[in-house]
Design a binder for this molecule. Structure first.
Ligand SMILES: Cc1cc2nc3c(=O)[nH]c(=O)nc-3n(C[C@H](O)[C@H](O)[C@H](O)COP(=O)(O)OP(=O)(O)OC[C@H]3O[C@@H](n4cnc5c(N)ncnc54)[C@H](O)[C@@H]3O)c2cc1C
Length: 395
């Protein structure tokens, strides 16, 4: 075993754990140890759509996403290494039912400095004639959006953490949180105990495996989601703009040259509660067909695509679709960073800093980390926008 004591143990080697470890190391937290039961980016992070955007429905999230987007655009200086961020622009489509909310949200985003513009269906038809605008009442375009490589991103955080002296232990599962007198004193692992003054659990859908034995169950539900690969035919080869079709719940982003990744976030796409240690890693045949149908409805050219299978992964959903970034209510020195609900990739440069500041200073200097407190669910004070879109599990 590499290390038997640390000032801070971060559990979970996804983007959020790795970013937190990097920020802790950079802030001088002492000996920082990142412990991962499998390999880095082996959870949701490695299978992420990894899209980066700024448009959100709540000002706190808009400001966090703006800061994070600036980091993806300037990765080499801000983090180091290469997250392989590709700027593609992002087109959002909504039906009439969401039109008023879209106008209000786009105005709020613009007032905070987000570059986003409203589009009519005829604007969209002009910009992207390969798109069928049926059912679209309003659109919006974010030119600065794009996607990164989620595995490269995770490893870049990890390397930056190691460059500041952090250690990384993979293939080592934390089996429990060690406490004494209501305070954290370390963790138990399948490789022996590790003493620590503070522990951060960035363990995604597995968070309650560690929280529940302490009497503190978080409202985080593991939901299986699926992604489908389509090889674009020549008529769609130029389609590299990310498209979020809120009328059907489909989203599209280019992948590996001429392939498109198609994901789904209609309510029915986010209902499969699973055991995070035993879920279908391949896409189901009926889901591939359903997502392909949505793709060819919006882009008729997809009828000539080659369907190339797909994969399953996990969202760690909370009731308001936003994470818990908080100290444990049960144990002093223990912190939660979980429940990212399918949108925690783009936020990771900032959420990692917020959690590191929470550990080091008990608060975050420039974002209201209290908005993400675990207690908001019991208080009925959910983190939601004033103008939610219909039928979206996260906004
Ligand atoms: C298909 C899909 C598409 C997505 N698209 C986007 C997108 O376009 N944009 C966006 O912003 N977000 C997106 N997301 C969401 C985003 O990928 C996740 O929110 C983010 O990756 C979560 O990172 P994490 O570090 O919190 O958790 P994870 O990546 O799940 O990492 C948790 C880690 O903890 C480890 N672990 C758990 N328990 C223990 C233990 N006891 N001991 C040691 N290690 C442990 C696990 O092995 C795992 O590696 C998508 C997610 C999916 C699944």
């Amino acid at each position: 075993m590499t290390s038997q004591s640390a000032n801070v143990v971060v559990i979970g080697g996804g983007v959020n754990g790795a970013s937190t470890a990097m920020h802790l190391a950079r802030m001088g937290a002492g000996r920082v140890l990142l412990v991962e039961k499998g390999h880095l980016a082996g959870g949701a992070s490695g299978r992420s759509g990894a899209m980066v955007r700024e448009h959100y429905l709540h000002p706190t999230l808009v400001r966090m996403a703006q800061e994070a987007s600036a980091i993806f655009h300037n990765w080499q200086d801000a983090v180091g290494g290469d997250a392989r961020f590709t700027q593609t622009g992002r087109l959002l489509l909504w039906g009439q039912n969401d039109a008023d909310a879209v106008r209000a949200n786009v105005a709020m985003n613009r007032s905070l400095g987000v570059e986003i513009e409203l589009l009519t269906p005829s604007d969209i038809a002009e910009i992207l004639p390969i798109l069928n605008t049926e059912g679209v009442a309003v659109g919006a375009y974010e030119p600065n959006s794009g996607y990164a490589d989620p595995m490269a991103t995770t490893y870049a955080y990890a390397q930056a953490a190691q460059d500041r002296g952090a250690e990384i232990l993979t293939g080592c599962a934390v089996t429990g949180i060690r406490t004494a007198g209501g305070k954290v004193v370390g963790v138990d692992t399948d490789d022996g105990p590790i003493e620590a003054d503070a522990v951060v659990a960035a363990t995604g859908p597995w968070v309650n495996r560690l929280a529940a034995p302490l009497g503190e169950t978080l409202p985080v539900t593991p939901i299986r989601v699926q992604m489908v690969h389509l090889r674009r035919p020549p008529s769609l080869e130029s389609l590299d703009t990310a498209v979020i079709d809120n009328t059907t719940g489909a989203y599209f982003r280019t992948n590996a040259g001429f392939k498109t990744l198609v994901g789904g976030e209609a309510p029915g796409d986010l209902e499969e509660v699973v055991n995070p240690d035993a879920f279908g890693l391949n896409a189901d045949h009926d889901t591939i067909t359903r997502y392909w149908d949505r793709a060819r409805f919006r882009f008729p050219g997809f009828a000539a695509a080659t369907q190339m299978g797909g994969y399953g992964s996990l969202y760690d959903m909370t009731p308001d679709g936003n994470p818990v970034l908080d100290k444990s209510a049960a144990v002093e020195g223990l912190y939660w960073a979980a429940g990212f609900s399918g949108h925690g990739f783009k936020l990771s440069p900032v959420t990692g800093r917020m959690v590191a500041e929470l550990v080091m200073h008990g608060e975050c200097k420039d974002h209201p980390v209290g908005d993400f407190r675990a207690g908001r669910f019991a208080e009925g004070d959910l983190l939601t926008g004033d103008h939610p879109y219909e039928g979206r599990a996260h906004q």
